[in-house]
Design a protein around this ligand. Structure first.
Ligand SMILES: [Zn+2]
Length: 320
């Protein structure tokens, strides 16, 4: 039996949180570790499409060749382009301008979050990324995890396979915001099921952010949280989806961000093996393909048992 570990990285192409050298370092790191990740890419940065930035195009092509997934992260990474960020993100120190904007412009922000307008933003962003990488984009994550009901309708109508904007664990942001002690939320099957959508759109909720400018002082508490989350996901048999950002994972103390994942991957492998299972580091599009195949198999199995039941009824009637 498999334990799924999905490493996801946000903000590719979003200056201030991503740079070409940092993106290249990440690709090196993943190559050394022999793992594949999902890169959520910002289509438009200050009016410039990622498809017109040769450095990023080259790195995105390399990422695709090396088996990583390129998915979509909003349109311009405006805080309110597809929803409203959750409180623990709005509370982060660097979100002061967003807090002010939300307080003064709430009515116009709400009015702009209408399904058709969100659909247009999604489609425009998707076209830009598909232009840059010549690969179909099937997954979406909202900037700052800003969501609303219209976003999920829009994603469904636009035919995305999955969304990864929902989250299972707030404690990562509590550590970042200096809350002591952080409250580790329980993660279980019920919590995961509550975050699923009613239609065809799959939801792969992330746990939390562990490596945002990580200091050695916060390393052990954050690592305890990651261990807690991984074990809970493994026990509930749900994918463990982590969140990192292109530059902040490399802007902690020394090598802390990469060291964190080296240790976490080793721990996860050890735990899966001890449980008689195999750790699989997968992209989210792989998970979505598998989930659909499983659904088809379950449907076929149900059809087969229904046919068998009808046949057995027929036999029973004939005998009578
Ligand atoms: Zn982002």
């Amino acid at each position: 039996m498999i334990v799924n570990f999905c490493l996801t990285v946000d903000d590719v192409g979003y200056e201030g949180y991503s740079s070409e050298p940092h993106f290249a370092n990440l690709l090196e790191f993943f190559q050394q570790e022999g793992i594949r990740a999902t890169f959520f890419t910002v289509p438009l940065d200050k009016g410039v499409p990622v498809s017109r930035r040769p450095g990023y195009i080259e790195l995105l092509e390399r990422a695709t060749v090396e088996g990583h997934e390129i998915a979509q992260h909003g349109l311009e990474h405006d805080r309110f382009e597809v929803g409203i960020p959750p409180p623990m993100i709005m509370e982060m120190p660097h979100e002061e301008p967003a807090r002010k904007r939300l307080a003064s412009q709430r009515a116009s922000i709400d009015a702009s979050l209408e399904t058709d307008r969100i659909r247009a933003r999604l489609a425009a962003g998707r076209r830009i990324i598909e232009d840059a990488v010549e690969n179909q984009v099937v997954g979406f994550r909202a900037p700052c995890l800003a969501t609303c009901d219209s976003l999920f309708q829009a994603l469904e109508l636009e035919g995305y396979a999955y969304d990864s904007s929902r989250y299972l664990q707030e404690a990562g942001w509590e550590i970042l915001n200096g809350k002591k002690p952080p409250e580790f939320r329980p993660i279980n099957r019920e919590a995961y099921e509550r975050l699923q959508y009613p239609g065809r759109l799959l939801s792969f909720p992330l746990t939390t952010e562990y490596t945002w400018k990580l200091s050695w002082r916060k390393f052990e508490t954050t690592f305890d949280l990651a261990r807690h989350d991984f074990l809970a996901c493994m026990q509930a048999n749900i994918p463990f989806v982590t969140l990192s950002h292109v530059s902040p994972i490399q802007e902690g103390e020394g090598d802390s961000g990469f060291e964190f994942y080296r240790r976490l991957l080793a721990f996860a492998k050890e735990q899966a093996t001890a449980d008689g299972r195999q750790l699989k580091v997968a992209t989210l599009s792989e998970l979505s393909r598998e989930a659909r195949q499983n659904k088809c198999r379950t449907r076929e199995a149900n059809d087969r048992s229904r046919r068998a039941w009808v046949r057995s009824c027929g036999v029973w009637h004939t005998r009578r």
